[in-house]
Design a protein around this ligand. Sequence first.
Ligand SMILES: [Zn+2]
Length: 234
Amino acid sequence: MQEQQLQFGTRAISFTTHYANRRSMGIQVRPDGTVHVIAPNDTQSSEILKKVKTKAGWILKQQDHFTSFLPLTPPRKYLNGETHLYLGRQYRLKKMESVSNQVKVYRGYIEVYSKQDTQEQINLILQDWYKSRAKIIFNELFTETLQKNHRFHNKKVTLHTKVMPTRWGSCSPSGRVTLNTELVKSPKACIEYVIIHELCHLIYPKHNKRFYSLLNSIMPDWEKWKERLERGMV
Ligand SMILES: [Zn+2]
């Protein structure tokens, strides 16, 4: 496996080649933006480069699609006064000594009660809290969305919550909707947007005209919330 680069306009495409016992070449763009070429064992490197060149436009489009869904949260140090987000609002971290672990949201503060105040311990307690809040809030919004929209009434769907490093949500053809736990840091409307987007995929799997007209009919201001998500989080 070796990494190579190809210049395309103002952008460079890095890709790795994997040789395999197969007949034709294939290109994958993974959600982390990496590009993988799978080539038959005896392929010349010039042929590979040619293939990547012809697919360059598509590769860049795929990469842009994935980065637009990347949650952008800077690393946290878990110090007093540091800002942490919850449902689109900023709260200051306040570490409190206590015999039991607990998190409370109170007057602009996220209070973390803990025996030890090490960075690791506070991080752990806070992540657990975000996870449990995410489950509760996502479930509420999911149920509401399903009830409000008759288009989804005959669909069999289940909701799952998971930390996903590169996407906000996903939907499988079997009706399994997965939401990124990190969404609990965004405004409720952003969470609703991702839920509606994923549910629309149950009816139209691809991002085509019909998909967008359904999305528009359910959430006319969806673009505003998508942008809010993409702008990242401070
Ligand atoms: Zn989609």
